[in-house]
Design a protein. Structure first.
Length: 260
């Protein structure tokens, strides 16, 4: 798990580093309770919670956004034209699902459907007239419905992802309302963090980063030591000496004596 996949709960006295997925799920569940749109109220949808929390967590990764970028389009006509000559059910599934996912997050978290497509093909959000929000809601429902349809061809009618996509299509407006609440109550970080909290956050992240580096170097040193014991290679020993010096910079109490 990389550092961008971790967070620290400032409301906890323990100051533990946790996976960011836990943060997304916690905020999502609180938002459901606070809006009255609780899980399993109309139908079982805890699986949707898991899907949305993972989707929110994925948006923290530039690699995910870059990979999804090639499937995004600001217009229905562009989406349909990409598929007009294709018989590939998987491509259709990925294209509709990706556009639906970005609409869900853009409407719910960013309060701007153009965030899903701004910057595509050199365009900016200001270059387009903003349609009614209901039109975007309709697109999200439709895209999830198409993704659900093609998911049945790729998986099965009762596969977990297939059922989730159907629920997202049917309840798209509900889930955007939940995310909109989450945006206002839990994701407005710049207004919620004090200077002291930011200091503790940065210090905790830096400490965690140092611990991770130290562990990696110690693991590498152990591998080199075992190799040196087997080969008695002088180049391996020199690399060990360099690594020991690096470790001592991170941990002044570290001691390592090479035993023949």
């Amino acid at each position: 798990m990389s550092l961008p996949d971790r967070y620290m709960d400032l409301g906890s006295s323990r100051r533990d580093i946790q996976p960011t997925y836990h943060f997304m799920m916690k905020c999502l569940l609180y938002s459901r309770m606070e809006t009255g749109l609780v899980s399993n109220k109309d139908y079982y949808d805890e699986d949707v919670n898991v899907y949305i929390a993972h989707l929110l967590n994925a948006f923290l990764s530039p690699q995910y956004v870059e990979q999804a970028n090639k499937y995004l389009s600001p217009y229905d006509t562009d989406v349909f034209s990409q598929l007009s000559y294709s018989t590939d059910a998987r491509l259709k599934y990925v294209l509709y699902k990706t556009n639906a996912d970005f609409l869900l997050i853009s409407l719910g978290i960013f309060d701007n459907a153009q965030a899903a497509t701004a910057g595509q093909k050199g365009e900016s959000a200001e270059m387009h007239l903003k349609p009614m929000e209901e039109a975007y809601m309709g697109r999200g429902k439709t895209y999830y419905h198409f993704a659900y349809t093609y998911s049945q061809q790729l998986h099965s009618a009762h596969a977990a992802i297939t059922e989730v996509l159907e629920k997202l299509s049917l309840g798209f407006d509900k889930y955007t309302r939940i995310l909109a609440h989450m945006r206002g109550e839990y994701l407005d970080l710049m207004k919620r963090l004090s200077t002291g909290e930011i200091y503790h956050l940065e210090r905790s992240i830096n400490d965690e980063h140092m611990r991770e580096m130290l562990k990696q170097k110690q693991d590498r040193l152990l591998d080199l030591y075992l190799e040196w014991k087997r080969t008695q290679d002088e180049r391996v020993k020199n690399e060990m000496d360099d690594l020991v010096a690096e470790i001592k910079k991170l941990d002044t109490k570290f001691r390592f004596d090479i035993q023949p």
